[in-house]
Design a protein around this ligand. Structure first.
Ligand code: AMP
Ligand code: ZN
Length: 142
């Protein structure tokens, strides 16, 4: 079901133009208008869902099922030396378009435009803490 104010739903219908990479009954893949690296592609489900929290497993299954072949196509076309997948959920985590999408960002080497910087806090968590956290998350799985 298309969402009337959603730019990605409008891309699927062709109302907003895009550089289409692939399309089938379930997914649409197109170049990110802001190319981080050459071939930076977004893969979206044709079903409008806001983000990972609201994605039914069947939609997630159809979406992710197509990611490997698209990743391999980018690899074959441009010979990147690596590839990062990125999925941002909610504005504080940098989601700016609220129709779930997977970024495929081919990597070409240092200074190619993408970096994933994070600071680890390994020393803050004992093995017991990790067991507790894992159990707390597990208890919420529906
Ligand atoms: P995110 O910040 O993870 O929500 O990513 C949204 C992405 O959509 C950004 O990288 C934008 O460059 C991209 N984007 C926004 N509008 C368009 C558009 N009309 N065509 C292609 N990509 C778009
Ligand atoms: Zn949408």
């Amino acid at each position: 079901m298309a969402h009337e104010d959603c730019i990605f739903c409008k891309i699927i219908t062709g109302e907003i133009p895009s550089a289409k990479v692939y399309e089938d009954d379930y997914v649409y893949a197109f170049l990110d208008i802001s190319q981080v690296t050459k071939g930076h592609t977004l893969v979206i489900p044709k079903t409008h869902v806001k983000n990972i929290y609201e994605t039914p497993s069947e939609v997630a299954g159809e979406l992710f099922a197509r990611v490997p072949s698209i990743a391999n196509a980018i690899k074959a076309a441009y010979k990147p030396i690596g590839m990062n997948l990125l999925n941002n959920n909610e504005a504080p985590a940098d989601q700016s378009v609220f129709h779930i999408h997977i970024h495929l960002i081919p990597r070409y080497g240092e200074g190619d435009g993408f970096s994933s910087n994070w600071t680890v806090h390994t020393e803050d968590y004992t093995p017991g803490d990790l067991q507790t956290i894992a159990a707390e998350i597990n208890s919420e799985i529906k």
